[in-house]
Design a protein around this ligand. Sequence first.
Ligand code: ADP
Ligand code: MG
Length: 241
Amino acid sequence: MSRVTYHDAARVFSGSSPVRAVDGLRLTVDDGEFLVLVGPSGSGKSTALRMLAGLEEIDEGSVHIGETDVTSMPPKARDIAMVFQSYALYPHMTVAENMGFALKLRRVPKKEVRERVVEAAELLDLTDYLDRKPRALSGGQRQRVAMGRAIVREPSVFLMDEPLSNLDAKLRVETRANIAALQRRLGTTTIYVTHDQTEAMTMGHRVAVLAGGVLQQCDTPRELYEHPANAFVAGFIGSPA
Ligand code: ADP
Ligand code: MG
């Protein structure tokens, strides 16, 4: 069971004027769902993901993975893998070594590491590149290696924070389709963050729209388009007013 639930979760950054970066987020992502979290820059998308990954404190409310309250769990104890926009691969390691590194650290037997890496490479079209170093790959291939590194861990939940924003437009469209296909095959519960409305509306089973740390609406792309909850959503999604 890898349903994800935010129960009125908030993150408040203190300072001269405190920022409620995520403000009372109530959201359930179903087991196996691909949910897109979309919103303008500064709306709290990354903070919301980082709260789930354990990289950001949760100041109010709680987050659950399946039946487990993970609110105070250290990041490593959470069954989550995260792919960022700036994916640092180890330059001195081959693609296969990069992909298997986390498993090696967890003392997974060598043979099993190899099997999982080969399997992930097939899914990601990287089979011919396993013995190359990252510098010999294109940007899109490197991004796929970063995804492979997440996949081999077989997490219950994938978190992706604008993973395509460093790619050029053409590659972004291709990789978008790859990610969607991959998610369908693996069936892993996924939260995908983007500020790109087209990406949101084409990739998500459901789309959650954030503004100013507050969830505006979470619905299927079609519902969002046809029945936006408010003027912000209508404007952001570009539905007829
Ligand atoms: P997004 O990913 O949607 O662009 P973020 O989650 O990064 O938004 O940021 C949400 C809000 O929280 C912004 O106002 C941002 O300035 C603020 N914020 C994010 N991280 C920090 C931090 N470490 N310290 C103070 N404020 C932060
Ligand atoms: Mg962000």
